[in-house]
Every structure is written in structure tokens, then in C-alpha cells.
Design a protein around this ligand. Structure first.
Ligand SMILES: Nc1ncnc2c1ncn2[C@@H]1O[C@H](COP(=O)(O)OP(=O)(O)OP(=O)(O)O)[C@@H](O)[C@H]1O
Length: 267
């Protein structure tokens, strides 16, 4: 019995959460994505891989509404969505970036709270009128943020301005901020880029723990093949903006077209 079937049977992976249908994205004359289709199931860890310039970041940017494709649709929870970044965040899609996008002068705690703000329901006016309710919400938000801080083991740096932290820890704070939004789908753009081996192992463990503990569905772009093959339930491979392969890590890594693309064999 494959691991995937075992995961399905013990209920970790559910039905379709997001579907990418025939997406084509052009920048002037450059076709960044050509007719790409794949889906992401609830609870799975899904990776998007491919050589430099393959279209991976563009794909994430289409999913969270940062880029608008010329053709195709994105369905989230069974509905066609005309995604925009703020709408994506509100509807349960959070992301981290290839180059860390934190407020460098602010503390770890404050950075994570900025993620949580998006989740807060009581607006400014209702805060003024219903002080009690807003206060209760604030306490709940703080409690959730504390849970994330414990979970990612960053208690000791909670007051440190993030700009002073080593790179690996900044990446962990960025993950914490995304988690503070309680996303259903978490998009991670190269979460291990620039990390040493130990930091990569730590980050891999946190990604697996987040997936298991919070049940968060995760889509990630990563260059480190070892990491991708260890972490992922399924992998989609892009090359020159086209889909080359889609399947389990074993299927994808034995696919000849994928091997050729990584070895730089001409098409
Ligand atoms: N904003 C943009 N304007 C013009 N061209 C773009 C833009 N963003 C991406 N491209 C082009 O689209 C193609 C795909 O780029 P993309 O960054 O999505 O690839 P990638 O697989 O993420 O690459 P890498 O691994 O190097 O980050 C490239 O040819 C790139 O130059």
C-alpha cells in the first residue's frame, strides 16, 4: 500500500481544495505560464518545482491574485475566484516570499500580530462602541499568537527586532506571521532558500508539524530536491512555463522528461 493511500485512509488528505485550470500568463511577449492545470487537495503538501525561470513564482502569484492570467481560472473551495491579494488573505490563503518580507525594525511578536490583524473581526468603530467584545477578541488573538510562538519555538526572540535575527530565524518568523492568519492554504515560496543544512532540517520539520498539527494545506516552491521529495505528497513540475509532470515524488523523479529538464537537455 502506498504512503499516499495510507494518508488518505487515516484521513489526513481530503478532497480538492484548490484547482488551477488552464492558466496562461503572459508578460508582453514572454509566456510565463502556458495552459497549466493541477489541483491541491485538502491537507496535502504539494510542491511546485522546475528549473530557473520555469514559472513557479508566477504560478504562486496567480494563485494568490498578485498576477492576473490572460486565460484560465482558479477555483478555491469549489468556487471560481477572481483573486486579489487582500481577498486571498481573507478567504484563507496566506503566503511567504522568496525574499523575506517582514518589518525589519519591528519585534518578532509585532510582526506576527500584523498577520493576525487580518483575522480580526471587530473594526475601529465597533471597537469604540463594543469595547468588551473587542477586548475579548484581542485576548483571543494574543492567545493564538502565543500558541504559534510556542509551536515554532521562538519565545526567546519575541522582543527582538527581526532585522537583527539570523536568516533562518527570520524565515521562521515569516512562517509564524503567515500562520497567524490561520490559513487553510499556505503558499511557501522557497522556504529553505539560503539556509544551511541544519536550518533546512528544522524548517522541514516545522512544515510537517504545521501540516499535521493545524491541518494546514501547504503548497511550496523549493529548489532543494532532497527536501521536496521528503516533504511532498505530490509534486508538479514546470519547465519553460509548461507542465512537464505531476505525481508522487517517486513518479516525478523517475520521469525522463523531468530528468532531462534538470540536466538541461535541449527540447
Ligand atoms: N513581472 C514580470 N515581468 C516580466 N516577466 C516576468 C515577470 N515575472 C516573471 N517573468 C518571466 O516569466 C518567466 C517565469 O518566471 P518565474 O519567476 O515565475 O520563474 P521561477 O520558476 O519562479 O524562477 P526562479 O526559480 O528563478 O525563481 C521568466 O521568463 C521571467 O523572466
Amino acid at each position: 500500500m502506498s504512503e499516499m493511500m495510507a494518508d488518505n485512509e487515516n484521513g489526513r488528505i481530503g478532497g480538492e481544495l484548490l484547482s488551477v485550470d488552464n492558466i496562461t500568463l503572459r508578460f508582453g511577449g514572454v509566456k510565463a505560464l502556458t495552459d497549466i492545470s493541477f489541483n491541491i487537495n485538502k491537507g496535502e503538501i504539494r510542491s511546485i518545482i522546475g528549473p530557473n525561470g520555469a514559472g513557479k513564482s508566477s504560478m504562486l502569484n496567480v494563485i494568490n491574485g498578485f498576477y492576473k492570467p490572460q486565460e484560465g481560472t482558479i477555483r478555491f473551495k469549489g468556487k471560481n475566484v477572481n483573486m486579489k491579494p487582500d481577498l486571498a488573505a481573507k478567504s484563507g490563503i496566506a503566503r511567504t516570499f522568496q525574499n523575506i518580507a517582514l518589518f525589519k525594525g519591528m519585534s518578532t511578536l509585532d510582526n506576527i500580530m500584523t498577520g493576525r490583524m487580518l483575522k480580526m473581526k471587530a473594526g475601529f468603530l465597533s471597537q469604540a462602541i463594543y469595547w468588551g467584545r473587542a477586548q475579548k477578541e484581542e485576548l483571543e488573538n494574543r492567545a493564538f499568537v502565543e500558541e504559534i510562538i510556542d509551536f515554532l519555538e521562538i519565545q526567546s526572540i519575541r522582543k527582538t527586532p527581526v532585522g537583527r535575527l539570523p536568516y533562518g530565524l527570520q524565515k521562521r518568523v515569516e512562517l509564524a506571521r503567515a500562520l497567524a492568519m490561520e490559513p487553510e492554504l499556505l503558499l511557501l515560496d522557497e522556504p529553505m532558500a539560503g539556509m544551511n543544512l541544519e536550518e533546512k532540517e528544522d524548517m522541514s520539520r516545522y512544515i510537517i508539524d504545521v501540516n499535521e498539527y493545524f491541518g494546514t494545506t501547504i503548497a511550496l516552491i523549493e529548489h532543494d530536491m532532497g527536501v521536496v521529495m521528503d516533504l511532498s505528497d505530490r509534486v508538479v513540475v514546470l519547465d519553460y512555463g509548461c507542465k512537464l509532470a505531476d505525481g508522487s515524488p517517486d513518479e516525478v523523479s523517475s520521469n525522463q522528461a523531468v530528468i532531462d529538464a534538470y540536466l538541461g537537455v535541449a527540447h
